[in-house]
Write a protein that binds this ligand. Sequence first.
Ligand code: SF4
Ligand code: SF4
Length: 239
Amino acid sequence: MPYPIDNRPLDLRERMYFPEIIRGIGALTGHFLRNLFFSRDPNPDILARPRGFGRSDNVTVQYPEEKAPYPPGYRGLHRLVPREDGRPRCVACYMCAAACPAQCIYIEAGEVEGDPIEKYPVVFVIDELRCVVCGLCVEACPKDAIRMDTGEHAPPSTERAAQIWDKARLLRGPSVNYQYDPWLRRAAPSIPPAPRAALTASARPVPAVGAPAAPPPTPSPRGAAGAPRGGPRPPRGRR
Ligand code: SF4
Ligand code: SF4
């Protein structure tokens, strides 16, 4: 759209400059005070923040004292899910590495001593710098052995090597057991019979087809408010 240019000569007041400077300062101060005291961002995440004496209505998140909650389904840093005995659920099937479009997962498989069937990852490395956070590795895993439910993003670092996450760093978080886990159904040497029976009793049942998904690890006020994600936002105005 063409923008009309005002080419008229300056009048006396404009040629004196100072009245116009004072007028501009007045307009700027008015916007500043209105935004400071009478305006709020209509974003549900912002509206859910507490108000009151001593608190600001500013939309700026006072990081790092204050952290914005991540939305449901946020794909955070990877973790290797441990079994109840602390070993990884991973059976080194390479499906995550095959599915990874960034080719940033490296695995070396080993055989579990005394077990003719089971394998485990001797080496499991993810290059978080190459990762494009697509979540395909999580989707591809048949053992629920890799998740992105940490709610964390990669910590900053000045060295590339610090973003190479090995098994010792990845293996963390709460353990997960399913009733169909082979180490619970047969005599896995790493778990004695009595604890294995208790684990089997407390393990998660096999999920039914079409069962609702588990709640996300980092609920958001946006989700709690039931606001549609990516939907139309109300016009900005005084509140
Ligand atoms: S999130 Fe995507 S890019 Fe990152 S490791 Fe998994 S499959 Fe690879
Ligand atoms: S994390 Fe899952 S998909 Fe990847 S190697 Fe282990 S069991 Fe297979």
